[in-house]
Design a binder for this molecule. Structure first.
Ligand code: DC
Length: 225
């Protein structure tokens, strides 16, 4: 029997660099990666595609239970490639409301845990990975960066979801999303008590990845002894 792969949890607010860092850390460690934000986005896309009001919780729950989701890559809903469609400004504006519904979270958290079991572990990024999805992760990283820096990063991304306006508009969109994500009753955005909080403001991606890899090495060694 092969040893189970560890889980590395990477959480943080919008634009904190989670996706890029998670992808690079997974590659360096030879682990599979799961972007849980893409799952909430895919559900939100399906809600909008069905012309359902994202604030209509019972209808949203219905879509969540019927959702035929393949986390990919590419992300697919009912066999349709929605990898780009889930990154539009419309989806970004609605996703926090959808993600605040407890039944939605229960459904997607269960799917995320199934993914972890099926892959035997991996690098999992989101908002509640260290606190709810994988509280026994060998390493929990919580990335933060100043609001301004996060808005600038979003604007630089080609597929930036909030980048349609100017920097102020981008910053406002991020602020609004963070407010909903961190004040919702069901598993809000929060650092786990045992998470390593890394402020990435002014740091290069390579610098952050190197720091995470060093922490990983130390965490695995500590878990062994
Ligand atoms: O990481 P992202 O920006 O693609 O996430 C999109 C939204 O999904 C985010 O505003 C909050 C929600 N989300 C969540 O509630 N829990 C997660 N584990 C991941 C994302």
């Amino acid at each position: 029997m092969t040893a189970p792969k560890p889980v590395v949890a990477i959480d943080g607010p919008a634009g904190s660099g989670k996706s890029t860092v998670a992808r690079m850390v997974a590659e360096a460690l030879g682990l599979p990666a799961l972007d849980t934000g893409a799952m909430y986005r895919a559900l939100t896309w399906a809600v909008l595609d069905a012309r359902i009001d994202p604030a209509d919780a019972p209808a949203v729950i219905g879509v969540a239970h019927a959702l035929d989701l393949d986390v990919g890559p590419p992300v697919r809903v009912a066999g349709r490639d929605v990898n780009d469609a889930i990154r539009t400004a419309e989806v970004s504006a609605a996703v926090s409301v959808v993600a605040a519904v407890p039944e939605v979270r229960a459904r997607l958290v269960a799917a995320q845990r199934e993914w972890i079991v099926a892959h035997g572990g991996g690098v999992v990024e989101g908002r509640d990975i260290g606190t709810v999805v994988a509280p026994d992760a060998v390493l929990k990283i919580y990335l933060v960066a100043s609001e301004e820096e996060r808005a600038r990063r979003r604007q630089r991304q080609d597929d930036a979801t909030e980048a349609s306006g100017d920097l102020d508009a981008t910053q406002e969109a991020i602020r609004r999303r963070d407010r909903i994500d961190s004040t919702r009753a069901a598993s809000p955005l929060a650092a786990a008590d045992d998470a390593v909080v890394l402020d990435t403001t002014g740091l290069s991606v390579d610098g952050v990845v190197a720091e995470v890899l060093a922490r990983y090495k130390a965490a695995v060694e500590a878990a062994r002894s």
